[in-house]
Design a protein around this ligand. Structure first.
Ligand SMILES: O=C(O)C(=O)Cc1ccccc1
Length: 288
């Protein structure tokens, strides 16, 4: 049976590109076939895998320009049985898609909030008067473009090709090195990894509450690669912390660190150990 993989849709999203790269990798390494399943937002994509409707899900976590995708961390915290199987780093190229003859015709630009943010300087320079409308994905508004040449949408060159839409400008991302980290999640743990992710709340708002958990890792030479705080949503100033570090959960020093870490935290969740794969767009386009 094919492995079902949930991702943000409709077809042509960056998440689908990441899912296609992962699917290719899975088929190459295990011979398993895959079935890509689009969902209309990131929350639903994660719910699909948490409920067992699909076996895996691919979701964006962090962008090199805009930072964290908050809905992914917040939802992952709620579905605590989910485990990270793999991280994928995908270069992101944004294009302005439209049936408009020129930029002056465009009155409205739709896209995912991350895409609008990653192109904000370009939009300010070339479309300063356009109304910017955030929606669920870079491809959600593409069906509007055929009927209205005053509309533009920021999406990938792959989406332009899929929907046969002209690219008025590309690349339009403000920084050329734009890339996004995606996580592949499932109900199973990966057998091994180079990175581990976890989340925790601290018991009390006291001086040094975060120092202890950090010290536990530092004392064992475990290198922290990301730390993020998110509101607990219980009261203002009350936070959850999400950390990634460069080691496998099964290493004895990590096991010892985690035992100690639990003493300094209130709720403590391990999201798994996994490896990180860099996706080359050039290689990918010959595979998909
Ligand atoms: O809407 C998409 O295409 C997504 O996959 C979300 C997203 C948007 C912009 C950059 C990276 C991921």
């Amino acid at each position: 049976m094919a492995v079902s993989i949930a991702h943000l849709g409709p077809s042509g999203t960056n998440a689908e590109t990441a899912a296609l790269a992962f699917s290719h990798h899975l088929t190459q390494s295990t011979g398993q076939s895959t079935l890509l399943c689009p969902y209309s937002n990131i929350g639903q994509t994660l719910r699909a895998v948490a409920q067992g409707d699909t076996q895996m899900a691919v979701v964006p976590v962090e962008n090199s320009i805009e930072g964290i995708v908050t809905i992914t961390l917040d939802t992952l915290w709620q579905f605590d049985q989910l485990q990270i199987q793999q991280a994928l780093v995908l270069p992101i190229v944004h294009a302005l898609l439209s049936r408009a003859k020129n930029l002056e015709t465009i009155k409205t630009v739709y896209s995912h909030p991350q895409a609008l943010a990653q192109c904000q300087e370009w939009l300010e320079k070339f479309l300063p008067n356009a109304q910017l409308i955030a929606n669920n994905s870079t491809t959600e508004a593409l069906q509007l473009l055929d009927d209205d040449p005053t509309i533009g949408a920021i999406a990938s060159p792959r989406a332009a090709q899929l929907y046969n839409l002209p690219m008025l400008a590309h690349p339009i991302n403000d920084y050329p090195g734009n890339c996004t980290r995606f996580w592949v999640l499932s109900l199973d743990s990966a057998p091994s990894g180079t990175h581990t992710s976890l989340g925790f709340s601290v018991a009390a708002n006291v001086p040094g509450a975060l120092v202890k958990p950090l010290q536990v890792l530092a004392e064992r030479g475990i290198n922290l690669s990301r730390i993020e705080s998110r509101p607990t949503k219980r009261s203002l100033g009350d936070y959850l912390f999400f950390m990634d570090f460069e080691a496998d959960l099964r290493e004895p020093s990590v096991q010892a660190a985690l035992v100690e870490l639990k003493n300094y935290t209130e709720t403590f969740k391990i999201f798994g150990s996994y490896s990180v794969k860099n996706i080359q767009l050039e290689t990918l386009s010959s595979q998909i």
